[in-house]
Design a protein around this ligand. Structure first.
Ligand SMILES: Cc1ncc(COP(=O)(O)O)c(C=O)c1O
Length: 394
């Protein structure tokens, strides 16, 4: 790939110049295992080997849990786990607003009401301190969600759940590989949920799973994903049709075989960003906690107060260049108009943070030159920001 070398603002795609990146570079992981490895699992599947069960055992071992229940996607994995764990007769789920855009929809799908909490400015995530003020006599569940870089306050939330007697589960989609005090994400809550969407650390084309140490919960989830039919073929559990199919298991198993190599490649990309961004003022790279295990997967930066353009304009200018940067979880969920009820809240810190962060290109299709080219564009935006803002197309 050739490095984009734009030095004048007239060259920017925003003002009619040719885009710097064709094809575009994105923030999606899109990692693919070696095709022969995938086909090898595919052949086993074809011969009748139960690959979904093999994958479930492998994932349970990976997370250090008794069970991993595979699902068609993270959406239904979350919905079924939330439904199974929420306290009966109660209505509210405590969860962050600065998070995945569909998370509140999932809560609403199971008939519950999102009660959004603030996040910590350092982690951009829910903590015991931010969840506590939302707890009341209607609280059915604490939903801890890990942010895109590093983890939320796992230990604080576990202590809060113990103190209040509330069930605690985690959306671990962004922290599949991470550890807290050396212990892998997956076994901290009553249940934890992961996704194998192509944008995630392990690409199963699609897919999801729930980890748990609770035998009864695992059986309930397995029945619920399988149309609610239990082992006796009696209608025991309100279900959906959400089984993971064997080909997705084949792809996921192949991805797991290559996970360590992928993490090394992710780390190399992160090191290039570290080196390049260290020389660019006004922007801060969110650092992975290297005292723990981490995937180095997604690159998130904060635009500091002296950055000359708004975050949204920065994203737009990059997008026009074929750099598909994305705003970090914006708008936050409490700012969205929804067809379902949510608890009305004021979240000034979330509002502020939701304007400062963006994701930069990463994943398997982004090489070191693309990263240098992206940072060169950011440098031009930074150095000529005032002129760019003055000429901004109406
Ligand atoms: C934090 C988080 N939770 C849940 C999901 C849902 O997973 P899926 O796409 O497999 O339904 C996603 C997907 O992007 C996510 O980012």
């Amino acid at each position: 790939m050739n490095l984009p070398t734009k030095t004048a603002i007239d060259e920017l795609a925003l003002f009619g110049g040719a885009p710097s990146f064709v094809p575009e570079i994105s923030t999606s992981n899109l990692v693919r295992p070696d095709i022969e490895r995938f086909l090898g699992y595919g052949r086993e599947l074809y011969a009748g080997v139960p690959l979904v069960e093999r994958l479930e055992s492998r994932l349970a071992a990976y997370h250090g849990t008794k069970h991993a229940v595979a699902m068609a996607n993270g959406f239904w994995a979350l919905a079924l786990a939330i439904r199974a764990l929420a306290l009966p007769g109660r209505s509210e789920v405590v969860m962050p607003s600065l998070t995945y855009r569909r998370l509140a929809d999932i809560v609403a799908w199971v008939g519950l009401v999102p009660h959004y909490c603030e996040v910590e400015p350092e982690t951009l995530a829910i903590s015991a301190a931010t969840a506590r003020p939302c707890i009341n006599e209607r609280t059915a569940l604490l939903l801890g969600v890990h942010p895109i870089v590093n983890c939320c306050d796992v230990e604080g939330l576990v202590a809060l759940a113990r103190e209040t007697g509330l069930p605690l589960m985690f959306d671990g989609v962004e922290s599949m590989h991470e550890t807290v005090r050396g212990r892998r994400i997956g076994s901290w809550g009553r249940a934890e949920v992961f996704s194998m969407h192509a944008s995630k650390l392990v690409n199963g084309f699609e897919g999801g799973y729930v980890t748990t140490d609770d035998d009864a919960l695992a059986a309930r989830l397995a029945a619920a994903r399988d149309r609610g039919v239990d082992d006796e073929r009696a209608p025991a559990e309100l279900g959906v049709s959400s089984r993971l199919q064997g080909l997705h298991a084949a792809m996921t198993l192949a991805g797991l075989d290559e996970l360590d190599a992928q993490v090394l490649r992710n780390r190399e990309r992160y090191r290039v960003y570290q080196a390049e961004l260290a020389r660019l003022p006004g922007i801060r790279l969110l650092a992975f906690d290297e005292t723990e295990q981490t995937s180095f997967k997604t690159i998130v930066v904060e635009l500091l107060d002296d950055w000359p353009l708004t975050r949204d304009r920065t994203v737009q200018a990059l997008n026009r260049e074929g750099v598909l940067a994305r705003a970090y979880y914006a708008p936050p969920l409490h700012r969205k108009t929804t067809s379902y009820a949510t608890v009305p809240v004021e979240l000034p810190l979330t509002d502020r943070l939701a304007q400062r962060y963006l994701l930069l290109p990463c994943g398997d299709r982004v090489d070191a030159d693309a990263i240098r080219g992206t940072v060169a564009l950011l440098r031009l935006l930074r150095e000529r920001g005032a002129e760019i803002a003055a000429r901004w197309p109406q």
